[in-house]
Design a protein around this ligand. Structure first.
Ligand SMILES: [Zn+2]
Length: 316
């Protein structure tokens, strides 16, 4: 990690307004792991002087509070605008529908037929559209007001937050999903506890989040962290800290899968250009078989860019 000489990671422990008691495990000590610029929206925008530190109790990492975006950003159009993404339902679907195959693959071979399901932080509901035909009852939790009318029109039961859904659905959801949300929330411990309360006994929840053991974090310790750490993500998980977060809410981790969303050219462009190349191929390396082996290798090693972890609520 890129540690500025101003502090010594081996001895400094933070505890302050910027690093209050851990919102996963309650521990009171944070060891700084990164200091410098972090991404603020799309690549090219950054905020300087940020600090990321790791909890001494559960190993989760967090961005200092002053560098985090205000949570209110998620209730209106500001968040998608910050990312340079579409703010209307149609635009969201155009961008996100093609990404759902990755999520359906992770559901495989579980079936959602006749089940009560929920998507926590579903945005415009791309994933729910792919699975709602099988489900008996669909709960859509989404604070973003621009999406809610459309979600209701499609027959989903819409709530701003999980706590609002508990009144109607406590103990009844058989499979909940929450993709790329936990890294944003104010308190991941409470977030998981509320989902656990929503679940039926024996019910499951699948959580996805960026993997801080992403290969590029170790390959490019100077250039990649200022891209990986970002103002909209308060929390940074590896598989171990994510499993601890679920266990703290009384959930049992039952499956962990890693998914890498880019081909080998993306990594090579990072190494060559020190910047994101998205899905742009490189001459001579535009080969689906090669990319497939690359993705599988990183998934096997646990160094892919995304973690999918499924937890089960004990039956009694
Ligand atoms: Zn902790």
């Amino acid at each position: 990690m890129s540690i500025a000489p101003a502090f010594d990671a081996s001895t400094t422990s933070l505890h302050s307004e910027a690093f209050p008691d851990c919102a996963v495990c309650g521990a009171q000590g944070w060891i700084p792991v990164y200091q410098g610029a972090v991404r603020d929206g799309a690549f090219g925008n950054s905020r300087s002087g940020a600090v990321v530190a790791e909890c001494v109790g559960c190993g989760v990492q967090r961005l200092d509070e002053a560098s985090c975006q205000d949570d209110a950003v998620y209730t209106d159009a500001a968040y998608r605008e910050l990312l340079g993404e579409a703010i209307d339902t149609k635009g969201f679907h155009a961008a996100h529908d093609p990404l759902q195959l990755e999520r359906l693959n992770v559901v495989n071979p579980m079936t959602l037929r006749d089940k009560v399901i929920a998507d926590i932080g579903c945005a415009a509901g791309s994933f729910l559209d792919f699975v709602s035909g099988l489900a008996h009852w669909v709960v859509a939790v989404e604070p973003g007001k621009p999406y809610q009318d459309s979600l209701r029109e499609r027959g989903f039961h819409v709530y701003d937050f999980t706590a609002d859904a508990l009144e109607d659905c406590e103990g009844s959801v058989e499979h909940a999903f929450s993709f790329q949300v936990i890294e944003h929330v104010a308190a991941p411990g409470a977030f998981m506890s509320e989902i656990a309360a929503l679940l039926a006994p024996g019910g499951r929840v699948t959580i996805s989040t960026p993997n801080r053991d992403d290969l590029l974090m170790s390959l490019l310790p100077e250039d990649y962290p200022p891209f990986f750490y970002r103002t909209v993500h308060r929390w940074y998980f590896c598989a171990d800290s994510l499993s601890r977060c679920g266990r703290a809410a009384g959930l049992i981790p039952v499956e962990t899968r890693f998914v890498h969303r880019f081909g080998v050219a993306n990594t090579l462009r990072w190494l060559r250009e020190r910047r994101p190349g998205g899905r742009d191929p490189l001459p001579g390396l535009d080969d689906r078989a090669l990319d497939s082996v690359w993705r599988d290798t990183l998934a096997r090693e646990g160094t892919a860019d995304t973690i999918y972890m499924t937890f089960e609520k004990p039956a009694n």
